[in-house]
Design a protein around this ligand. Structure first.
Ligand SMILES: *[C@@H]1O[C@H](CO)[C@@H](O)[C@H](O)[C@H]1NC(C)=O
Ligand SMILES: *[C@@H]1O[C@H](CO)[C@@H](O)[C@H](O)[C@H]1NC(C)=O
Length: 403
């Protein structure tokens, strides 16, 4: 009996050892197979960096997410959509240029943006299965706000829609409160809004500052520095072409120029009434004046931020800007007006009043031809880089809020 017991124990010991050996062998084989499947030998294309298995897995996961690209629709119902698409995002239009609906595609940071613009973009012609949307709207007048509201009221009917951003040409007096009930934080649908003009709403959480840009609505083009002659001297010291409202600082500017006998070196062309429709002819005259001028004077209009500031910089003319907050509800803190341009260190000359213009012009007369040429290059490069920064930060905010 004792013998039998010992025999049983020994044999179960043997069985145990054999089973353990098999298990260890199996484990080794599986690991060995994995080691020999070639993954551990992978190299990054174009580099000599050896990547480990975990790194490879991470990379293939990443490329998988890039393949399953996130689609974001951009629907333009304000001319600033063209500034966003062509000037900031450097997008192209592939179909229907100048027609009822223009469309374009662009992949930025792994996001597939589809752009639709034109009078044919209406609630029922856009893809109703939209999931992620950037809506570009005009909120400058009562009439425009009503159109914008129609879009925002329609949005809940797109059943698959999960995220929405708005780029808004705001009111020049910064009264954009009509938008608030549409924000997600107040029970609406909008995740984030990009606002033009120094609104007190800007918090870099729900509301981001957006630049006015050049006047695409009157056909101002996207000019690249390489297409400009920046080295040659310019015939005019300064220019101002615009509406001169009675008793405004624009009137003062015009008077200062006249009194100081600057009519010859500064081209001032005022009109009494604002004209919305530029003809190709007037646009040519306007652009030619900016191209001929070292400085472009920018007196405040209904707001301090004028298309002229961006237009001048794009053509290598330094803006001389009246640094004054206009009446209304715009931000009055120390970095306003033009907080975005100031934050990015725009090469602008600021004056508090046009009575200071003679100081600016005196400094100007001290500059050499070479210094002026260098400054022109600097201004156009700054503007180009500014657009690149705006593109990156726009995409970054969309990525953060939408994905
Ligand atoms: C981007 O989206 C458009 C519209 O949904 C689609 O036609 C196109 O194939 C997409 N491009 C890529 C590279 O995913
Ligand atoms: C401009 O100022 C003058 C004098 O202060 C005044 O008589 C005139 O009514 C003002 N015009 C406007 C349009 O405000």
């Amino acid at each position: 009996m004792k013998r039998f017991c010992r025999y049983l124990m020994v044999s179960s010991c043997v069985v145990y050892v054999v089973v353990t050996l098999i298990a260890v062998y199996k484990l080794y084989c599986v690991v060995g197979d994995k080691e020999s499947d070639g993954i551990s030998q992978l190299h990054y294309p174009g580099t000599n960096t050896h990547i480990s298995k975990t790194e490879y897995l991470k990379i293939s996961l990443n490329s998988e997410t890039t393949v399953k690209r996130s689609n974001v629709e951009i629907w333009g119902k304000a001319a600033i959509a063209k500034y966003l698409w062509h000037h900031i995002l450097d997008g192209k239009v592939e179909n229907g240029e100048g027609g009822l609906v223009e469309t374009g595609f662009k992949i930025l940071h792994g996001i597939n943006f589809t752009y639709r613009y034109g009078p044919g973009v209406i609630q029922t012609t856009v893809p109703s299965d939209v999931e992620k949307l950037v809506l570009v709207l005009n909120g400058r007048s009562e009439e425009k706000i009503n159109v914008a509201k129609q879009w925002l009221d329609y949005v809940p009917l797109y059943k698959k829609l999960t995220h929405i951003a708005v780029v808004l040409l705001g009111d020049e007096g910064c009264s954009n409160d009509w938008l608030l009930p549409y924000m997600k934080s107040r029970g609406g649908r909008i995740d984030v809004a990009f606002l033009v003009y120094d609104s007190p709403l800007i918090d870099n959480v729900q509301f981001y500052q957006w630049p006015l840009g050049v006047a695409v609505y009157r056909g101002f083009p996207d000019v690249k520095p390489k297409d400009l002659d920046l080295k040659s001297s310019r015939s005019l010291t300064c220019n101002f072409l615009g509406t001169i409202y009675e008793n405004s600082s624009r009137q003062l500017l015009s008077d200062v120029i006249k009194k100081s006998g600057l009519q010859d070196s500064c081209y001032i062309k005022g009109r009494k009434k604002w004209q919305p429709n530029e003809t190709p002819e007037t646009l040519k005259i306007y652009m030619s004046a900016l191209l001929k001028s070292d400085l472009t004077l920018s007196p405040v209009g209904k707001n301090t931020e004028c298309y002229r500031i961006y237009e001048a910089m794009s053509l290598g003319s330094v803006p001389v800007v009246e640094d004054v907050v206009t009446p209304g509800n715009c931000d009055t803190s120390a970095d306003s007006p033009l907080r975005l341009l100031k934050q990015y260190g725009a090469p602008i000359i600021y004056v508090k009043s046009w009575h200071q213009l003679h100081i600016v012009l005196h400094q100007e007369s001290q500059l050499t031809v070479e210094e002026k040429a260098a400054r022109r290059i600097q201004v156009t490069e700054w503007y180009k880089n500014f657009k690149t920064h705006m593109s990156a930060s726009f995409v970054q905010v969309i990525e953060k809020k939408f994905l």
